[in-house]
Design a protein around this ligand. Structure first.
Ligand code: HEM
Length: 165
């Protein structure tokens, strides 16, 4: 069974985001998971070795490239990325960020999520379209369902830094 057949539309992704977004406060109290040196904070419940199980940096990078492939195929969100984004830069930075939220201990050298998205007026519907692209990308690189959920859970605390309307 594929992600496409098990996850119809955005409802499941959105439910997952809401289910875990309560952890935002806990993360925020400990400081942001980027822009600082030292040990990375993985999202609670993400075990050590998660990034390695996804093929390390190369595996995450493949997933991020697929993510952007699906984003750019989606008429609901592609124009935002084409107009405001820099795809190559975003692929590189998302590769860093995803590894970091999964506890890899690497640096993230990009802007904070609120600085990068605050002026874009992103809606929940657009955010959920990116979540859909994320599940399609997992399918494309054969990540397991639980691994995809780990990525979504790791990024979920940023939801309301990104969604501003
Ligand atoms: C959890 C979800 C998301 C994550 C982890 C994420 C991550 C990132 C990262 C790492 C950057 C690069 C920051 C930099 O250049 O320093 C970025 C920029 C950007 N993101 Fe996102 N993003 C997410 C959701 C979205 C959504 C939903 C949209 C639009 C529908 C979006 C549109 C953009 C655009 C247009 C930029 C470029 C902004 C600029 O360079 O001025 N992102 N994002």
């Amino acid at each position: 069974m594929t992600f496409k057949s098990t996850l119809k539309g955005t409802a499941t992704g959105a439910a997952l985001i809401f289910a875990v977004s309560g952890f935002h406060t806990a993360l925020a109290q400990d400081g942001p998971p980027f822009g600082e040196s030292g040990k990375a904070k993985a999202f609670p419940g993400i075990p050590e070795g998660t990034v390695e199980a996804m093929g390390g940096e190369a595996g995450i990078n493949l997933w991020v490239k697929q993510l952007f492939h699906y984003i750019l195929l989606d008429y609901r969100i592609a124009p935002i990325f084409i107009e405001h984004g820099n795809i190559e830069r975003q692929i590189a930075l998302n590769t860093q960020l995803v590894q970091r939220v999964l506890g890899a201990g690497n640096e993230y050298l990009g802007a904070s999520m609120s600085a990068a998205h605050g002026d874009l007026g992103i809606t929940m519907e657009e955010f959920n379209a990116v979540v859909e692209a994320a599940y399609n990308a997992c399918d494309a690189v054969s990540f397991h369902y639980y691994q995809c959920n780990q990525i979504i859970a790791g990024l979920a605390p940023f939801t309301f830094d990104i969604v501003t309307q």
